[in-house]
Design a binder for this molecule. Structure first.
Ligand code: NAD
Length: 362
């Protein structure tokens, strides 16, 4: 017999009732990931002030359209917050004020101070909380991290990280809010490449300082469309991050990461399942190889590393108790790195201190 959970119960729920606030592009992606994750759940309610979006989403995923965020919260055990960024804090407050578990998209807020306040709020509420920095969980990133930390590679020396997409107010994003500072906060770095700064530290260790230079080719107020960052790690390694929003409409979102270690070069194209190429030297012997798709997940399994599909992590934490990562508290650090880059860009590109203020382990 299926036990019917009571909405609002923080304890184990056999079949958590999921609500969505915000029914745009990423909400659809999360609903699709939930459908593929193999866990038991039900999408019960959805709200978006754009009634067509709300209705389409509700119909596609078998949910009831709701009249407000509070209405979604009333009917759910856990809520995905998928609005544009300026609304995240208020909606999260409504969700956790009622004791519901929460998944909130990145960026949590416009800056680290606001993100930290949200992390404190969810911690006080004692609910499962998770943030959409989901690239840490992909097979490709897990494999890259494992390879660069192999003793055969030697120390990480230098990382080249390129992230480009067309200005996402067009094409499949079609989101005018990404060109509006009052709703997006900032441009390419905060809105998109917060993922990349999060990954750069998660992959290669604590960042000590950042220097950055930004530009506004599209003339959008405070929405930078080109930014370059030079990161200096505590280890002495360095990384460069290039993030650009262009008008090459054939390129919706591309990431390419090259990691130079003392005895190995790793090149990742394809942030989910590769391909990941390597070229490694051992004495006189040079090995080159490449891995992608199922072979990559098999390679990880052989090393007891299971890709942590975000919806499964979230649902299991709700069912079994415990934490879901990356949690809100983990996102504060990514926000600190973003803030440091903007601070540098605003003073003309001088390096600024980016040492960890929050003292959380990676
Ligand atoms: N993790 C990722 O890789 C990733 C990818 C894309 C977007 N995002 C993030 O997800 C969020 C949404 O992005 P998107 O691409 O889905 O945007 P979108 O424009 O497709 O959808 C956002 C929706 O939020 C709705 N909305 C605005 N205010 C609302 C409110 N108060 N209550 C309910 N709905 C409200 C809008 O009407 C819109 O339909 C942003 O914070 C974005 O940065 C994350």
């Amino acid at each position: 017999m299926t036990r019917e959970p009571k909405p609002g119960t923080k304890g184990p729920a056999a079949k958590p009732r999921i609500g969505f606030v915000g029914c745009g592009l990423i909400a659809g992606m999360h609903a699709g990931l939930l459908a593929a994750c193999g866990e038991d759940y039900q999408i019960v309610a959805a709200f978006d002030p754009d009634s067509k979006r709300c209705g389409d989403f509700a119909e596609q995923w078998g949910a009831a359209p709701a009249a407000s965020a509070a209405d979604v919260v009333d009917r759910s055990d856990a809520v995905y917050v998928c609005t544009w960024t300026s609304e995240h804090a208020a909606v999260v407050d409504t969700v956790v004020g009622a004791g519901r578990h929460v998944f909130c998209e990145k960026p949590l807020a416009f800056d680290a101070a606001a993100a930290a306040a949200m992390a404190e709020r969810v911690a006080e509420a004692g609910v499962v909380n998770m943030v959409g920095l989901i690239l840490r969980s992909t097979p490709a990133m897990l494999a890259l991290r494992e390879m660069i930390h192999s003793p055969d590679s030697g120390r990480v020396m230098n990382v080249v990280f390129r992230d480009d997409q067309y200005l996402p107010i067009q094409g499949m994003y079609g989101s005018d809010w990404r060109g509006d500072q009052s709703r997006a906060g900032r441009g390419a770095l905060l809105e998109h490449s917060i993922h990349d700064l999060d990954l750069l530290e998660w992959l290669a260790g604590p960042v000590a300082s950042i220097a950055a230079s930004q530009h506004f080719f599209h003339g959008l107020d405070r929405i930078e469309d080109s930014i370059s960052c030079l990161l200096r790690y505590e280890s002495g390694a360095t990384a460069t991050l290039t993030s650009v929003w262009h008008d090459i409409t054939s390129r919706p979102s591309q990431r390419r990461i090259e990691v130079f270690c003392e005895r190995a070069l790793y090149t990742l194209d394809g942030e989910w399942t590769g391909p990941l190429h390597w070229e490694r030297v051992d004495g006189d012997e040079v090995t080159r190889g490449s891995i992608e798709g199922d072979a990559m997940t098999d390679w990880l399994s052989q090393r007891s590393i299971e890709p942590r599909w975000p919806p499964a992590v979230f649902l299991r934490a709700i069912r079994d108790g415990g934490a879901a990562t990356p949690a809100f508290a983990d996102a504060i650090r990514a926000h600190e790195l973003v803030d440091a880059a903007y601070r540098s860009a605003e003073i003309g590109g001088a390096a600024v201190d980016a040492t960890r203020a929050t003292a959380r382990p990676l």
